[in-house]
Design a protein around this ligand. Structure first.
Ligand SMILES: [Zn+2]
Length: 232
């Protein structure tokens, strides 16, 4: 299913567009601590994409915001569809390489398909099945999958549950540019994962009754697959 998957320049440009749209929504809300104005204060990044997302290695910043109010100055890093936490590798690379490795178990096959050291990919697989499934984000977000996602086949079992994403915010991305097939499924997965890509954002916002997913509402939504699919 993933054979020959490449996050090309167009796909990566779309990821950036989505990240900008998410950041704009977060900025509009103001500082979660003091309601002060949030200004851009991006982090420098040097991400790696492997052979899956070489085009994404040009992303040299992660969008971040900083409160402008003296005495607060807290940082808020919006959810991202490009960066999965502080990992060096891009989110699309981690998701696709891990999903490939669920089926391709030999080291040679993993290296040939991803351009990444097999031990790195296996470490990611272990992360999906232990740390990720034990996270509050997963407990909350995965409860909406009926039937449950198979943990032992993550993240392939997760990607398989989405249909292509659709974009309802025509200002941020024209519908014509929305990818279909496996690329659409991967994009939907990245947008589903976006709220868990930042700690600084999720924590202060939780008391307001959200984990960050609401910033994708009105923008990227997940089309679901399977019996019952994802309840909204
Ligand atoms: Zn503040």
């Amino acid at each position: 299913m993933y054979h020959g998957f490449v996050a090309d320049r167009k796909f990566c440009a779309l990821l950036l567009t989505i990240d900008e749209a998410i950041a704009a929504r977060v900025k509009a809300l103001g500082c979660p601590w003091c309601s002060g104005r949030l200004d851009r204060a991006d982090y420098p990044r040097k991400p790696r994409g492997g052979s899956i997302a070489a085009a994404g290695e040009e992303f040299d910043t992660r969008i971040s915001l900083c409160c402008s109010r003296e005495g607060c100055r807290k940082r808020v890093t919006p959810p991202s569809v490009r960066f999965l936490g502080r990992r060096v590798y891009l989110g699309v690379t981690v998701v696709v390489a891990s999903a490939m490795a669920v089926a391709d178990r030999t080291a040679a096959a993993i290296r040939a398909a991803t351009g990444i050291a097999p031990r790195t990919v296996r470490r990611w697989l272990a992360w999906w099945r232990t740390t990720f499934v034990a996270s509050p984000f997963y407990a909350d977000a995965s409860a909406r999958f009926v039937p449950p996602v198979k943990k032992e086949a993550l993240p392939a079992s997760l990607v398989a549950r989405f249909r292509q994403s659709r974009f309802s915010d025509s200002e941020a991305a024209p519908t014509a540019s929305v990818p279909t097939g496996i690329r659409g499924k991967v994009l939907a997965t990245l947008s589903w994962l976006a709220p868990c890509t930042t700690e600084s954002f999720a924590v202060p916002c939780r008391p307001r009754g959200a984990n960050g997913a609401r910033f994708l509402e009105g923008g990227w939504r997940h089309a679901e697959v399977g019996t019952g699919g994802v309840r909204r």
